[in-house]
Design a protein around this ligand. Sequence first.
Ligand code: NI
Length: 190
Amino acid sequence: MILPIYIYGHPVLRAENVVVAPDSPKLQEIIENMKETMYHTQGIGIAAPQVGVNARIVYIDVNVLAEDFPELKDVRMLLINPEITVDETAPEVTREEGCLSVPGIHENVSRHEKIHLHWQDEQFQEHDQDIEGYLARVVQHECDHLEKTLFVDRISPIRKQLIRNKLNNMVKGKFSCDYRCKIAPHNRKK
Ligand code: NI
């Protein structure tokens, strides 16, 4: 089922996300809905809170970027309880990002170029992988959602100031996008 995307300003994006266990209710259904919603909205990654579920689940499919980044061909990852470790001394790279929950805004974000990722798959098998480049960026962006962080929290103060009106309007539901959205309940536009 295609679910609405929860938008900047909705409290679900700032709520605690629970660790997922094999007996977590409706786990398979949540995963299927996340995938369906992400493909429908043409995203390359989605985190469970973006569809209103406060659980530590991320789905990534970056295959559409394979033309620019050959290493992303057929890269699809379902991450349950992902944990990132970074070498804080390693260089960061800056690149433009966007987010299904922040429609119409694209800003430069600085991220670690290399990360180490630990996660569980749908069968709760443990995985460890060193990840770098664009995929490392997508993983960090999505895992940020699980820590209640959005990419606009990471942009420079001057840029944040420049998009403040847009963000304030977004909270009130004044924005356009071509998929179904959900804004904070008390902020519906009159
Ligand atoms: Ni996002």
